[in-house]
Design a protein around this ligand. Sequence first.
Ligand SMILES: *[C@@H]1O[C@H](CO)[C@@H](O)[C@H](O)[C@H]1NC(C)=O
Ligand SMILES: *[C@@H]1O[C@H](CO)[C@@H](O)[C@H](O)[C@H]1NC(C)=O
Length: 449
Amino acid sequence: MIKFLFFVIFCVAFSVCSEICTHTPSAYQNYLGTKTPYRLVGNNTFGKIEYPGCTASKLWMIVRHGTRNPSRSFIESMKHRLPTIRDFILKNNPISSDVLHNSDLSSFQKWESKLSKKDAKKLTVEGENEMINIAERMQSRFPTLLRNVYSNTSFKFKHTDSQRTKKSAYYFAVGLFGKNTAKSVWYPEPLKKDPILRFYKLCTKWRNEVKDNPDSLVHRKEFETSPIMIKIVENVNQRLKLPANTLNFDDLFLMYQTCSFETAWKMNTKSPWCSAFSVNDMKALEYYEDLKYYWIDGYGYDLNHKQACVVLNEIDSFLSSKNQYPKSTVYFTHSGTLLKLISHLELYKEDKPLTRHNFNDKVDNRLFRVSRVGCFATNLALVLFDCQGVPKVLTLHQERIVKLPSCPNSDLCEYSKFIEHYKGVTDTCNFDELCSNNNEEEKSTSDED
Ligand SMILES: *[C@@H]1O[C@H](CO)[C@@H](O)[C@H](O)[C@H]1NC(C)=O
Ligand SMILES: *[C@@H]1O[C@H](CO)[C@@H](O)[C@H](O)[C@H]1NC(C)=O
């Protein structure tokens, strides 16, 4: 009887948590930026998607790699700075408080960074599962396009030149075909600078004028030293009972990102670093992140998304081709590609740009939030339907049906209308012209997505 009661209490507690943790907008897990795990974002239901009178005929999909490890430099900072912060916190919090519960204190006592530099950016187990699950659900939605039998002619898979996208492709194939078949899936040799999968690596003008131009991050930089952020740094020091100014902004950002990564890696364990922040602090740090992606990959500068016209051309040549095969194309790439393409399609467009000034207006009221639109395993799928001879396209982002601006009132969009909408851009899609910059020599930069 007692056991049973405990069981009931456990179930109630658990369902309350899973409710709060995933559905209440105030839960901290909703503000983890591009390090948000997909399980908090995607549509995790199964079931065929059908429209009367229409047959699914082709699928084009692009997927950001799943949850990964941090970069080398981040692993260094975790090892170098976080143990000191952990010890400050433990020294100043001998007993639990409203902020640091006993469970947080004991996680801090046990906490250490277990990653070494050779693990940098590798796909994690959570990332493997994200891919398997997305593949299984997409297969249940479109069983004729994503059959469970592999054929080199029906499927076209491609990944960039990185461990995390290669493994993502493999685990996606595991989800579709099972482990054994997945091993024999064929992929073209990955290119260092793939003109479709990572077109922006070839865009010299974008690199010089946007990516490597300090002006692009001016809103982010100034938000960092704004009164809002100064207050947050103060709050966190106070909340953790630390002498004033013990932690600075860089410390907070390191703790925030560690909270994000650790939340992504472990579904059932709370990272103690998350406890340092109130939900409002998290929202401001998320906005600080958005100020980067909005200006580097999103609507901030036209060139960011204009260059993605090459992907739209590729989509068009695949979907409008008379060839029946391949039936499905699935690409594995990075957040930089997904965000630029999503902006090119005019999804999640803000009426006013995100700036350092409009945090208060935008905090709970914006469409472009990387926690939602650019999390780990972010994906976009275009599915072509033949509706009694009329080709129509269905768009899914994060496995949810989205309506495109070309067809604001219906799921399915007549293909001609869809392509016509972007015509101005596709017709003038001269990548070399858009991206050439004669002033500067080509130099290579590290990738950050
Ligand atoms: C799969 O098809 C590609 C061409 O699309 C070809 O180059 C490759 O050799 C094929 N692989 C196998 C294993 O048949
Ligand atoms: C989520 O997936 C299910 C199953 O395929 C589908 O019926 C449903 O429409 C999807 N939800 C959204 C919001 O698109």
